[in-house]
Write a protein that binds this ligand. Sequence first.
Ligand code: AAL
Length: 440
Amino acid sequence: MKKIVGFLSICLGMIGLLGSSAQCQETVLNSPPSNEEDHSSDQGPFPYSVTPVTKNRNLSAAMRRSFENYSGIHPKENELYSQFKYTRLKGFDYHDHDGTISRRDPSKIIFEKGKYYVWYTYRNTSSIPVGPDKCTDTMPSTDWDLCEIWYATSEDGFTWEEQGVAIARPPKPKVGWRSVSTTDILKWKGKYYLYYQGFMEASGKRGDYCPVAVSWSDSPDGPWTATDQAVIPNGPEGSWDQFAIHDPYPLVHNGKIYLYYKSAFNRPGNVWVAGGLAIADDPLGPFKKHALNPVLNSGHEVGLFPFKEGVAAIMVHDGNEHDTINYAKDWVNFEIASICQEVPIAPGSFVADAFANTTDGRGITWGLSHFTNAGKKGVNQHSILARFDCDLSQDVHDPGFKNTRFWKNVDDFFKQGLSKKQRERIAQQNAAVKLNAATH
Ligand code: AAL
């Protein structure tokens, strides 16, 4: 009996394989026919010495993209391509990385009173994250549960002096009583505003549900006055951002506050992240969400910066366009400007002209990001802040950041090997190949 079942499952596997290749075959048949009239011979071969005029030729789709999608036909010429180099920071204690102290999701960096300032999610709990089912009032569900917003200053961006709490968790039932996390900074008409996620339940209970709140101060050192309102409220029932408003990221454009944010919406069997835009004349709102939202189709904690007349976005982790730099001349309609690798997670860049209302954004060369140490089963995790450097700037031309090869330790590749289930599927495929060979 077992043999018959085994034989049948292999045959089913074979049909599956043949089916998928047939589907693949269909896809190929449906692809647009190549130009019947092949004019390439009339225009002579693609030249060895490429000039801007070359793009006027009859080009293949791939070469057309090289001229039209990217600001140079090689990453070395693409101002919005960069590698990222990481440096460990000094000045932050992590209890020997036992998971009880975590720092993550840094804000943009500003330069005030002769030093750099950064704000971030700070967790210091009696235990490591234990998940939404086991969490308590003192045991966090996730790395960003039971958190405060802390800040630090630095003279050089490498050694930091932790200054302590900026935004504490307010008492129930105020916005953020469970956790305040994932903050970003806005300087507007001489005042400072911190936007952050205000959790009123442990993250993970129903999903990562929270609105965005804001506090303001006359000084980057506080004290901060909470407005105790959801300044970027969740969307209406059934809308893409009905549950989560994450990663608030304010910039100034057209004399207004352009606040980009992330939400996660569901498609059968999957959760998608995407980015929205909300615009206001005043830091305390009202913020009007853009009619074209979501305006970003990928990314997780997206880091944005003014660049020339538009805005660039470092697309982190998720979605079809993960690990790219997106660019929108109109600050709304984003295209892919470059394909990068190992982009900084939750990038908080030093964006010197973030609030300058500029039409000639100079770009960025460094910032802070985070790395998460996923412990056993990925739950007992904590995160550390790190510095990244890059050349996404009109004012720096550093070929050292324009290579496309990121060297990793060979073991890093073998460590992320095949799962048990994948090996089983491979064994089935091998059997099906043998069966096919034996019967044809
Ligand atoms: C982060 C951000 C938000 C999420 C969680 C903490 O990277 O996307 O802040 O809620 O993860």
